[in-house]
Ligand binder design. Structure first.
Ligand code: PMP
Length: 283
């Protein structure tokens, strides 16, 4: 596989950044992940817009214009012959003598690579996934897609260790924030699709945005509000969204079956709609 590092395409196995890189030392950087289906990037404009916002919030500069980043991503997809999978890109504040304050003249680091992965069809999409809830241990700016992911790593590992696919993180008020790398949704007995509103408490998911737009188009009731773990247990249906998993039905939370304990109708329909629309708009 070929990766991109600071202006050059190189074999992934030989791609290197400095041990002084601030991404490595301080998690002083941001990232994005976009799905690839049929060799095309899905919803990439939204991902690049979010990248620009994350950069701005941390006063980081991209070493190249955003339009060039899109070209680099497309070139990785082509060079690595990715039909289905994802492209990862990361920008950090660069390598400099270790000091907490911003370095005066370090050049930012841009790294990108691709991975092949089944996205359209997977056992998780077919059968649904199990969730475990964990306390949300993260900082107060979860809206920034920073590479500081230790709390998410621990959350996901907690899920893996009890045979679950994903962890839903819960704030101090007992309200679900989001998954370790996905947005959380439930469907109420009244048929409303509920997901937490965007704020500094969650990452504004690109897939969340697209799925909510589709749900609105379909005339479904949407409630952008927080929900508790207890309300999630009681939901008739639950699902999650992310760029690399699209829409996945949730069939169990903390060992309790959700609804009938099988993938729900809304998740199935929204996944199908999302795939159709995303592929029409793909670049
Ligand atoms: N929340 C978190 C914490 C995430 O890491 C992700 C994955 N990027 C998401 C939500 C979903 O965002 P998106 O739909 O843009 O992939």
């Amino acid at each position: 596989d070929i990766a991109y590092v600071n202006g050059a395409f190189t074999p992934l196995a030989e791609a290197r950044v400095s041990v002084l890189d601030r991404g490595f030392l301080f998690a002083d950087g941001v990232y994005e992940v976009a799905a690839v289906i049929d060799g095309k990037l899905i919803d990439n404009e939204a991902h690049l817009a979010r990248l620009e916002r994350s950069l701005g919030e941390l006063r980081l500069k991209s070493p190249v214009p955003l339009a060039r980043i899109a070209e680099i991503e497309a070139e990785l997809v082509a060079r690595n012959d990715v039909k289905e999978g994802m492209v990862y890109l990361q920008i950090t504040r660069g390598a400099a003598e270790r000091d907490f304050g911003f370095p005066k003249d370090a050049a930012p680091t841009l790294v990108a690579f691709s991975q092949k992965k089944n996205i359209l069809s997977s056992p998780a999409a077919q059968n649904g996934v199990k969730i475990v809830t964990v306390p949300d241990l993260r900082w107060a700016r979860r809206d920034i897609k920073s590479v500081a992911l230790l709390a998410q790593v621990l959350a996901k590992q907690a899920a893996v260790e009890v045979g679950c696919h994903e962890a839903w993180m819960v704030d101090a008020d007992g309200l679900v924030t989001e998954g370790s790398s996905s947005t959380a949704f439930i469907v109420t007995k009244g048929g409303a699709i509920v997901t937490r509103p965007n704020s500094q408490s969650i990452l504004p998911g690109c897939t969340r945005r697209a799925v909510l737009a589709l749900a609105a188009r379909e005339g479904l009731t949407i409630e952008e509000r927080s929900f508790s773990v207890a309300e999630a247990y009681d939901a008739v249906e639950a699902f999650l969204t992310s760029a690399s998993s699209l829409v996945l039905p949730v069939i169990e939370i903390d060992g309790r079956p959700i609804g009938a304990g099988v993938p729900g109708e809304n998740a199935r329909a929204l996944r199908q709609l999302y795939i159709e629309c995303a592929m029409n708009d793909a670049t």
